[in-house]
Ligand binder design. Structure first.
Ligand SMILES: [Zn+2]
Length: 380
């Protein structure tokens, strides 16, 4: 399924090709997030125009609404949302542990109350794989337990034990035609647990491996360490996916650490509050300083928003709550995320990734929050 085309000689960056039932994906790759069978504010034509190769969608949410019967009747998720390219679905594990109310962990899954209407539901390896089979995603994820980053050591260990047991149950379930399944490594910030979880999952021979339990509120230095602890135990000939990450600079750092796949709600989420992200960092477009700024969001950007509209116009749209404003910032932000991947792939292919990595990080100003986390880490 995964072909490793080249490994960078100075970093762990990798160039690869992922073959799925709905087409081939070049890695490193960013997957725009379509939680509710829609990448928020963007239509499939726009996604294709900006070079989207694969999107992510969501077992937990689609199972609640519209419900499996409707998606089954539509002939699967690709048909339902009119998206012909690959789809990866997460298993719902993350949402059960982050969104759902009143959870009871049982041997074969989790009993919980829906965050929408409070109804009693059950999701485990068997259910999560059955939902993903009906959705017909190209890549299904195993059902895992994702504890908070500050969970006590005992809880982290239990989560790894359940994640391993549930992964093995997921492996035995029926799949959609050509559907691939990725294992998920948990273990928080504990290197021994990460190693143990990775090794057992690798023995089970999944089609690819995700590093989970990152981007769950931990500071950036801890997130990078969790990836560094895990990566050496993952096989070179399978794709590696860091779940729920990150900023453009974090993605470049993670590519340098051997990660191939990313998903993140950030580009579309911050767009809806009027924040644009560029190669040099993020900025709020609503501010008064853009009133008569007739430059595009980012000079040289070839996205539809930058080719057609100015900061002054988009600022105006955002401030009067015109839908076009947040749509165009969503177009730019998502395009930027995909562009960074295209640039990273080109740099790995040309043997210039080290320079690309160095320049990207030097030019990118992280958020105040991330800078504060880094400062705390160096003061330790
Ligand atoms: Zn743009």
């Amino acid at each position: 399924m995964f072909e490793l085309l080249k490994t960078d000689s100075h970093t762990k960056a990798r160039l690869g090709k992922l073959t799925t039932a709905h087409g081939v994906v070049d890695t490193p790759i960013f997957m725009p997030v379509g939680t509710q069978a829609s990448v928020k504010a963007l239509d499939p034509r726009e996604l294709l125009e900006m070079g989207t190769q694969i999107i992510l969608s969501n077992t937990y949410h689609l199972n609640l609404r519209p419900g499996l019967d409707i998606i089954r009747a539509a002939g699967g998720l690709h048909n339902f949302m009119n998206w012909e390219k690959p789809i990866l679905t997460d298993s719902g594990g993350f949402q059960v542990f982050s969104l759902a109310k009143i959870r009871k962990i049982k041997p074969h899954g989790v009993e919980f109350r829906s965050h929408i209407d409070g109804s009693l539901l059950f999701l485990g390896p068997k259910e999560a794989m059955e939902i993903q089979r009906v959705l017909g995603s190209d890549i299904a994820m195993v059902f895992d337990e994702c504890p908070p980053h500050d969970a006590p050591a005992k809880e982290q260990r239990l989560a790894v034990e359940r994640t391993i047991r549930w992964a093995s149950e997921c492996r035995e379930q029926p799949r959609a035609n050509g559907q691939k399944v990725f294992g998920i490594v948990q273990g928080g910030s504990n290197p021994a647990l990460r190693e143990e979880c990775a090794q057992v999952l690798v023995e089970m021979e999944f089609d690819g491996y995700a590093i989970g339990g990152v981007s769950v509120g931990e500071p950036e230095p801890e997130m990078l360490k969790a990836i560094e602890f895990t990566e050496p135990f993952l096989p070179a000939n399978k794709a590696r996916y860091a779940m729920g990450l990150g900023t453009p600079a974090q993605m470049v750092e993670l590519i340098a650490r051997g990660v191939d796949m990313f998903d993140c709600v950030l580009p579309t989420r911050i767009a809806r509050t009027g924040t644009a992200v560029t190669h040099t960092g993020a900025f709020g477009l609503k501010g008064g300083s853009y009133k008569v700024d007739f430059r595009p969001i980012e000079e040289g950007c070839d996205c539809f928003a930058c080719k057609h509209f100015t900061r002054a116009y988009l600022r105006h749209l955002l401030n009067v709550n015109e839908i076009l404003g947040l749509r165009m910032v969503s177009v730019h932000n998502s395009h930027l995320y995909l562009k960074v991947m295209t640039e990273a792939r080109a740099a790995i292919a040309a043997g210039t990734f080290t320079e690309f990595h160095r320049n990207f990080i030097a030019n990118y100003t992280p958020s105040q929050k991330i800078l504060a986390q880094r400062k705390r880490e160096t003061e330790r």
